[in-house]
Design a protein around this ligand. Structure first.
Ligand code: SF4
Ligand code: SF4
Length: 191
C-alpha cells in the first residue's frame, strides 16, 4: 500500500472511530425527554454556556460543533446529581466524561488546551488531595505547550502573590482521595 492510500485508510479508520464514539454518546441520552431536571440539579449549570439539557438536545440533533465549542462538559465535576435525578435514568455523568474523552481525541488545538487543563486539574487533586495552585499551573503550562501562556497568567499570579494566596506545595493530603478516584473509575468501567 502506498503512502497516500495508507493516509486515506488511516483517515477512514479515524472517522469510523469518531462516528462510533458519537453514536455511543447519543445512545446514552437518546431517551432524554427534555424535562430539564439535570440542568436544575447541576450545581455548575449557572457557569455553563450550554446547559446539560440543551447539550443533550444539540448532541441528538447532530450539532456536534455546538457541543464541542461549549465549555460545559469541562465544568462537570462528576458529582452524579443529574444521574441520580434524571427521570429516565440516563447515565449523564458518564456522558459528560465521554464528551471530555471525545474532545481530547479531536484534532483541534483549542480543545486540546481545554482538555489539558481538565486533565492537569484532576491529576492535581488526585495527587495532593486538594488543589495546589502552583503545581497546577506549572503542569498546565507544560501540558498546553504554549510558550505565551505563562505571560497571560502573570498579572493574576502577581496579584495572588501580593495577597499571600500562593503557597508552597503542601503534601499533607497526598493520596487521601485515591480511594474515591479508584471507586469512580471502577463504577465507570475504566481501567
Ligand atoms: S433529566 Fe434526563 S430526561 Fe430530563 S432533560 Fe435531563 S437528561 Fe433529559
Ligand atoms: S455530574 Fe456534572 S453535569 Fe451532572 S449535576 Fe454533577 S456537575 Fe452537573
Amino acid at each position: 500500500m502506498n503512502s497516500t492510500a495508507d493516509a486515506t485508510h488511516r483517515q477512514d479508520a479515524e472517522a469510523e472511530i469518531r462516528e462510533a464514539a458519537l453514536t455511543e454518546l447519543r445512545s446514552m441520552v437518546s431517551a432524554c425527554m427534555q424535562c430539564g431536571t439535570c440542568t436544575a440539579t447541576c450545581p455548575n449549570s449557572e457557569s455553563m454556556d450550554l446547559t446539560p439539557r440543551r447539550m443533550w438536545r444539540a448532541l441528538l440533533f447532530g450539532d456536534t460543533d455546538m457541543v464541542l465549542q461549549s465549555k460545559s462538559f469541562y465544568l462537570c465535576s462528576s458529582c452524579y446529581a443529574c444521574t441520580l435525578r434524571c427521570p429516565r435514568g440516563l447515565p449523564l455523568t458518564r456522558a459528560m466524561a465521554g464528551l471530555k474523552r471525545f474532545a481530547a481525541r479531536e484534532n483541534n488545538s483549542a480543545l486540546k488546551k481545554k482538555g489539558a487543563f481538565y486533565r492537569v486539574f484532576t491529576d492535581n487533586i488526585r495527587r495532593y488531595g486538594r488543589v495546589q495552585e502552583t503545581a497546577l499551573m506549572t503542569r498546565y503550562f507544560i501540558a498546553a505547550r504554549d510558550p505565551a501562556l505563562p505571560f497571560a497568567y502573570t498579572p493574576l499570579g502577581l496579584k495572588l502573590m501580593r495577597k499571600g494566596k500562593l503557597h508552597p506545595v503542601d503534601r499533607s493530603g497526598a493520596g487521601k482521595l485515591e480511594a474515591i478516584f479508584n471507586k469512580v473509575e471502577q463504577m465507570e468501567g475504566r481501567p
